[in-house]
Design a protein. Structure first.
Length: 398
């Protein structure tokens, strides 16, 4: 049986109405602001924060052997009538959306798919370079990056053009058609209307295997790195302002709503929030699958994803959007063990969030102390790949 779900909140259900706000324990960092979810709401400047502000949440029952993802019974997004189905195990490596619909890059066969709300189909013609995906919203081209040779392509649905002839682009972020940024090695790049050029001075180098995280707003570009370092770049200066998260942990994800409203995730389930003057630390999830790999938000509602959990920060509290079994919580065989592996999240609004994931069962076929052989079992004829849509209250297959 899998261990306890790491996010202690109320999961979405088919009949869920407006959720009750659920608060969570926060991490204690000596000498810095430590606020519970209630304290963040009631004491935003961080005065007199300490252990007395800690709030515990009720535990969630263990996952059972017949665990399934809660959903509303079928495709519910726009006019979709059938969910994504691929019995060959082709899953989505990355996705991006705007008012046109959802674009997704599949792994293994590396194809670009699209769903406008009437079902999934392959884009034709296919772009030839597919690794990671973002885009210019409201009719602009897709931005494909992460390939060798040309680091960033624009794809308008018919042709692709190289706009960053540099390799090793690991991150790209689009604010709008005039503000697009990318990271190649330790170089921060910006789009000038025709191609990418270096923006400001290089980002301080970080040791392998750490990686940079990137977010940009209308007046700032933010790069998060190792050892709790966060760099804020203004258009007026080539040198960044350096912020230090007090726990010194490497960033695994980054999002912002403004230069004084930044969020940084870590590999142990910590979220650090910068309000323009201090860092506030919250611990919405913990355990073996607690690495916060993805952040996305809109209208000051933040969503975060670990390997098996999607959570939401809204109006001062965390709650659960999707809460699946941790693939690393398998105890002594024999048995059947459920897994959820979240690939990525993106959205259009707090009531339109998309989640790409794998859902599977593992059955032990042989076991000896210290080793076991497992057989992966897809949950149905459509294979393991899933895309879900969250409407602010409920989950539905897409």
């Amino acid at each position: 049986m899998c261990g306890p779900h790491p996010l202690k909140g109320k999961a979405a259900s088919p009949d869920a109405g407006q959720r009750d706000a659920t608060t969570f324990e926060t991490a204690v960092l000596p000498g810095d602001a430590v606020l519970s979810a209630d304290a963040l709401r009631n004491n935003p400047v961080g005065k007199d924060a300490g252990p007395d502000n800690m709030v515990s949440a009720a535990p969630v029952p263990d996952a059972s052997d017949n665990w399934t993802l809660p959903h509303s019974g079928g495709p519910v997004w726009r006019q979709s009538t059938s969910p994504y189905c691929n019995s060959q195990g082709v899953f989505f490596n990355d996705l991006w959306s705007d008012d046109r619909g959802v674009y997704a890059i599949s792994e293994m066969e590396r194809s670009l798919f699209f769903n406008s709300g009437t079902g999934w189909s392959k884009v034709s013609p296919q772009p030839t370079s597919l690794a990671f995906l973002t885009g210019i919203p409201h009719g602009g081209p897709l931005v494909l990056y992460g390939q060798d040779g040309c680091g960033v392509y624009f794809f308008d649905g018919k042709t692709q053009s190289c706009v960053a002839a540099v390799p090793s682009v690991t991150k790209a972020f689009v604010v709008d058609a005039q503000r697009i940024f990318a990271i190649a090695n330790d170089r921060l790049l910006s789009y000038n209307g025709s191609y990418f050029t270096q923006y400001a001075h290089p980002v301080p180098a970080i040791p392998f295997p750490n990686d940079y995280q990137l977010w940009a707003g209308s007046d700032v570009v933010v790069v998060a790195a190792e050892a709790g370092k966060v760099y804020l770049y203004d258009d007026s200066s080539p040198d960044p302002q350096t912020l230090l998260i007090p726990d010194g942990k490497a960033a695994t994800s980054l999002w912002g709503f403004a230069r004084d409203d930044l969020w940084v995730g870590s590999d142990d389930g910590r979220l650090a929030h910068y309000n323009g003057s201090i860092w506030e630390i919250a611990q919405p999830t913990n355990g073996n699958c607690s690495r916060i790999a993805h952040l996305w938000g809109a209208d000051h509602v933040l969503f975060f994803a670990t390997d098996n959990v999607v959570g939401r920060w809204n109006a001062g509290s965390f709650d659960s959007v999707l809460d699946g079994p941790c693939s690393q919580d398998v105890e002594t065989p024999p048995g059947v063990f459920e897994q959820v592996i979240i690939e990525t999240i993106w959205g259009n609004s707090p009531t339109e969030l998309f989640i790409a994931l794998l859902e599977r069962k593992e059955t032990v076929v042989s076991y000896a102390p210290g080793s076991a052989t497992y057989n992966d079992v897809p949950p149905d004829a459509c294979g393991e790949a899933r895309v879900y849509w969250f409407d602010g209250q409920r989950l539905g297959r897409l």
